[in-house]
Structures are given as C-alpha cells and as structure tokens.
Ligand binder design. Structure first.
Ligand SMILES: *Cc1c(COP(=O)(O)O)cnc(C)c1O
Length: 420
C-alpha cells in the first residue's frame, strides 16, 4: 500500500478534507485505472500546480497585461508557449483555456456566428459534446451537423464526411473524439475542409501525448486550429491549449481573452510548462509508444477471450468494448469492475441499441497503467481480470469481484504510481 502524501498544513487546518485527499491517493495507488482520459502526473507537475502563482491576476497576455507585477508570470507563460510551439511544431499556442470544453467554445467564438452550421462527430459515435452535440451550448447555439462511423467497420466514413460538408457548408469541422480507437487521418479531413471552405479543428485532447511522443501522426501540417486538453495522455495538469498558424493567432487569443475568460490560472500554466518539458524528453517518446504497445496487446488478449472490440482493435491508447454479446450492460459491468478495483467507464458503442445512461459498452485505455510501468507482459493478467470481472457481473458473484480486487492491489503495489 502506498503511503499517503504529507500535507501537514492541510491536515492541521482541515482534517476532514485532508482525509478525503489521503483516501483518494490510496484509491489511485491500489486500483487499476483504465479510464483512457486519465493519467498520473509527476510530482513536479503536482508541485507546480500548487504554487503561489495561484495568488496572481494576469488578465491579458505576456507584455500586454491589465495588472502590474507580472515580472515572473510573463516568463512562466512565455516558457509554456515556447515549449508548446516547439513540441507540437505550430506557429502559435494559447495556454490559457481553463479546460478542453472552454477551449473549444473559444474556437466557435473565433470563427463562427450563432446559428452557423458546424460539423463534428456525433457523441454516441465517439465524438465530444463540444463538437456540436445538442445538449451542449455548441449544439444549442450552432447548427450541429454530425457524422459517424460505418456500422460494418467501426471506422469514420470519410465519404459521408465529405458529402455532409459539401451539402451543409459548415464554418468549422472538428475531427478527433473521446472514444476513437483508430488513427485520425488529419490530411483527409484537411482536404475535405478545404473543399468545403471550413476551418479544420483537430481536437487532440485524448491523443496529445501520443502525438508529442511520435506515436500518432501530427495534425500540425493539416489543421487550422489544434485544440487539446493537457491532462490526458499529455500527462499535465487539468487545463487546455489552442494552437494554430500565425494567421489565426489574433482571433484565437481574442476569443480566449477577453472573449470567454478572465484571469488565467497561472499555477496551471506553470504545471503545463513542466509537463511540456517532460513530454519533450526521450523517455516520453518511450512512454507514448509503450501506451500504444500495451493497448494493442490488451486488445489482442481481450479479443482472444471473446470480447467484441469496436473497429476490431486499436491503433492508439483506447479500446471500446461492445458487451452486447456478453449479455451484460455496460453500466453493470463498469460498476462490477469498480468493485474489483478496475476503474473503467461505461460508454455508448456506435449504433448502440441501448440508452446513453445505460449503454452497451465500456471504454478502457492504457495511459495510466503505462505511467506506472506496466508493460506488455502484464496485459494477459489485465485481460483475465476484465474477463473474470464481466463474468462475475453477469453471475452476480460478489466473491469473485473481491478476489480480483486483492489480486489487482497486489500487482499495483509492485508498480508504484508516479506522483504518489
Ligand atoms: C476531454 C475532451 C474534451 C474536454 O475536456 P474537458 O477538460 O473535460 O472540458 C474535449 N474534446 C475531447 C475530444 C475530449 O476528449
């Protein structure tokens, strides 16, 4: 069992809250965390995000602030920007968006008017809420035109994307998503966007770390705007960045501030800078490739145990399991696995016959377990636990789940989490 981190001032001032933090640390140490949008940040990133930079207001951009006293903050933000542009090979980076959803909203503000058509992948197909889905502000204030994947292949139907784009003439086309196990063809999307006269936005929230580490092709040569969170495979603090060509820099910056936000979260900017520095090291390339190798191995092991994987497997960090043939709904499976110490999320699968709040799939990924040092050799055990957990969910066998939980905790103790 990992020792809880020392937070002496917090423990003295607010033992109740400190106890919850310690419990969360223990939970993150003891469980097998398979949610593909999560990770473990380093101690350095944790420390940077807990600094006195928190105390400073810095509306504006370096050298153009509305508050004085920016001698250090300007340098922090310039460092983060310089590291982002170098790592992703872009002209311009804005590191101020509070998170991925506000970053995407800023893109709408920069390039579209309310009521305009905007295109993205449908949420149940693997897109993100902010790509024009109805319950999101982006679907309420804009006319969301949604594409999907083919039912027979589970792959994005680029012919459908082109037909829709030429018919609807959207201002924006989003590519990227939250449940896409396959490589995104940025060049093909760019060609379609050019034909349709749309701004192409590559939302690489999930795969930014893979791109930084050279384990997924880069959107930089193809997309007008690249949007990303910083807390998923990139292994930074909860935050986001918008990157673009010089021609769009002013519009993007104006949309983030003053368009949408006030003061940037300087402690987060600092932690982003640290994460970008870490992601530029050779060891991060190894990490990104190991994430993909682990996902491939895990997918093979799951398929060998009779699991049906959307698109048949994975090219990246993510696996979408269709449980229809296992006769267990996704939610029941996810909750049972959680009791077994395996943390996943239930998810719709393309053409899901069930409702989004109780869909047919579970979504898993390898970023967190790879950060702990698990490798291909451990993937058969992981697949076994998932297989036994899903079978126990179907049978209502709580004893089996408890037994798995103990086995998981034992393995995880041998692979200490970074940051904890
Ligand atoms: C996670 C994600 C977002 C949103 O990020 P938040 O920080 O949760 O707001 C946006 N787009 C995609 C594709 C994502 O995966």
């Amino acid at each position: 069992m990992a020792l809880p981190l020392a937070h002496p001032a917090l423990a003295a001032a607010d033992p109740e809250l400190a106890g919850l933090v310690a419990a969360e640390e223990r939970l993150q140490a003891d469980t097998l965390r398979l949610i593909p949008s999560e990770n473990y940040v380093s101690r350095a990133v944790l420390e940077a995000s807990g600094t006195v930079l928190q105390n400073k207001y810095s509306e504006g951009y370096p050298g153009r602030r509305y508050y004085e006293g920016q001698q250090n903050i300007d340098q922090v933000e310039r460092l983060a920007v310089a590291r982002a542009t170098a790592l992703f090979g872009v002209d311009h980076a804005n590191v101020q968006p509070y998170s991925g959803s506000p970053a995407n909203l800023a893109v709408y503000l920069a390039f579209a008017e309310p009521g305009d058509a905007v295109m993205g992948m449908a949420l149940p197909m693997g897109g993100h809420l902010t790509h024009g889905w109805g319950v999101s502000a982006t679907g309420a204030w804009f006319r969301g035109v949604q594409y999907g994947v083919r039912q027979d292949t589970g792959l994005i139907d680029l012919d459908q994307v082109r037909d829709l784009a030429l018919k609807e003439r959207p201002k924006l086309i989003f590519c990227g998503g939250t449940a896409l196990p396959r490589t995104i063809d940025f060049a093909a999307f760019a060609e379609i966007a050019r034909e349709a006269g749309a701004v192409l936005v590559a939302d690489i929230a999930h795969i930014a770390g893979l791109i930084a580490g050279g384990a997924h092709p880069s959107p930089a040569p193809h997309a007008d705007v690249v949007s990303t969170t910083t807390h998923k495979t990139l292994r930074g603090p909860r935050g986001a960045m918008l990157m673009c060509r010089e021609e769009h820099a002013k519009a993007v910056d104006k949309a983030v501030f003053p368009g949408l936000q006030g003061g940037p979260h300087n402690q987060t900017t600092a932690a982003i800078a640290v994460a970008l520095h870490e992601a530029a090291q050779p060891s991060f390339r190894d990490y990104a490739h190991a994430v993909v190798a682990n996902a491939r191995a895990l997918a093979e092991q799951l398929a060998a145990r009779g699991f049906d994987l959307v698109s048949g497997g994975t090219d990246n960090h993510l696996i979408l399991i269709d449980l229809t043939g296992k006769d267990v709904p996704g939610k029941a499976a996810a909750k049972a696995l959680d009791r077994a110490g395996i943390v996943v999320n239930y998810n719709t699968v393309p053409y899901d016959p069930r409702k989004p709040f109780d869909p047919s799939g579970i979504r898993i990924g390898t970023p967190s377990l790879t950060s702990r040092g698990l490798g291909v050799a451990q993937m058969p055990a992981v697949a076994d636990w998932i297989g036994r957990g899903v079978a126990a969910a179907r049978a209502g066998d709580e004893g089996a789940l408890t037994a798995i939980r103990a086995e998981v905790a034992e393995l995880m103790a041998a692979f200490p989490a970074p940051g904890l």
